[in-house]
Design a protein around this ligand. Structure first.
Ligand code: KG4
Ligand code: ZN
Length: 355
């Protein structure tokens, strides 16, 4: 007879806990060991960037195969770097949604096997919430605050009331901001990964060289929504000038002008949301939170009396530490999953109706 543990039993416990966090939602194969939600004992990130470079984008089939090959070594390295043995791990947390399904399943199945072998709890963690939580590990910020989640798959402005309580105020209606960076870089053959390359090129470009159009959204129902497809198309429409050697259309000028607009679209909504909600604290997360212009524009909000935090660069990208850090909070509150835990490519949570 099969006996399943009760799903997500709510009981208050307060124990010291060493959590192994596993992250395989896209092209980073990562494992980290975090003690008591704060001390990052190790955070190993094995990136597949070089292997996807020839395709200028993540190839899902390749990503999941590489995770399958790498995962055990990555977990082993994380535990060894933490100076621990498998038996010292109290719980396993794994990103189980959203992301590339095949990639997520590798992490989920590894996490369940690890938990089963050691007789310890396993818990599935929402990757997006983990990005939003990442800065809390290093710089705890009092709730509530305005959350700015910017990654390759999501662009969300939200009111964060607690680690599990997020109210979406605005989101992209088409491309995610990171996706726009990646696609522009791909069309201009600037290099891969696009966000990092555009950020670097922008430093020596003129951000006013091109004035790209901003989104024209109906501002009625969802005033903080964003759109990136128009900007992306506007930039790509300059491709002929670039190919014909127009003096203005250098990679640096294109990159800087695009980046100014992309960050501008977001910052306009962030500022409006801060004003309308009266929130005095802001925290960003996700891969695009590594962007130097976005970081400086968010930091500049401090001059207006706001408190601003974002994760260190290593915690912006996909990583196991953010998963373990957030899992600690759930585990402390008595939540856990059982061995039926599975993965989902989609996120149901980030709809405007979300409580
Ligand atoms: O959070 P992340 O590592 O994976 C997802 O969950 O999507 O974010 C990846 C995204 C990619 O679109 C990448 O181009 C972008 O983050 N990115 C950047 C920078 N570093 C990474 N975008 C702009 N500036 C950067 N410095
Ligand atoms: Zn991510």
């Amino acid at each position: 007879m099969t006996t399943w543990l009760t799903l997500r039993v709510k009981k208050s416990i307060d124990l010291s806990m060493t959590v192994l966090g596993i992250e395989t939602s896209c092209d980073e194969c990562s494992a980290a060991v975090v003690r008591d939600g704060r001390d990052i004992l190790s955070n190993v990130i094995a990136t597949q960037i070089e292997l996807h470079k020839p395709y200028q984008g993540v190839v899902p089939e390749l990503a999941s195969r590489l995770h399958t090959e790498w995962i055990s070594q990555v977990v082993k390295a994380a535990i060894a770097q933490a100076g621990l043995r498998n038996e010292d791990i109290d719980a396993v947390a794994v990103s189980n949604r959203p992301g590339l399904l095949g990639s997520l399943l590798v992490g989920v199945n590894f996490a369940k096997s690890f938990a089963y072998a050691l007789g310890i709890p396993v818990i599935g963690i929402d990757h997006i919430r983990a990005h939003l939580y990442a800065s809390q590990i290093e710089n705890p910020l009092e709730y509530p605050y305005l959350g700015v989640l910017v990654s390759g798959g999501h662009t969300v402005i939200c009111r964060v009331e607690g680690y599990d309580s997020i109210q979406v105020l605005g989101t992209t209606i088409d491309d995610a901001i990171g996706e726009a960076f990646d696609k522009v870089a791909k069309f201009y053959d600037l290099g891969y990964p696009g966000g990092v390359v555009i950020d670097r090129l922008s430093k020596s470009g003129d951000p006013m060289a091109f004035l790209f159009p901003g989104p024209t959204l109906d501002r009625g129902e969802h005033p903080y929504d964003m759109s990136y497809s128009g900007l992306k198309t506007g930039v790509i429409n300059q491709l002929d000038k670039f190919r014909n050697g127009d003096a203005q259309a250098t990679p640096e000028n294109i990159a800087a002008s695009f980046q100014r607009c992309a960050v501008g679209i977001l910052m306009k909504r962030v500022k409006a949301a801060l004003k309308d909600t009266g929130l005095k604290r802001v925290s960003a997360g996700g891969g695009v939170a590594a962007n130097s212009l976005l970081r400086s524009e968010l930091k500049a909000l401090e001059q207006g009396g706001y408190t601003v935090t974002f994760p260190s660069l290593k915690l912006c990208t996909d990583n196991g530490a953010m998963v373990a850090g957030l899992a600690y909070r759930y585990l402390q509150d008595g939540f856990r999953d059982d061995l039926r835990l599975t993965a989902s490519s989609r996120v149901a949570a980030f709809k405007h109706a979300y409580p």
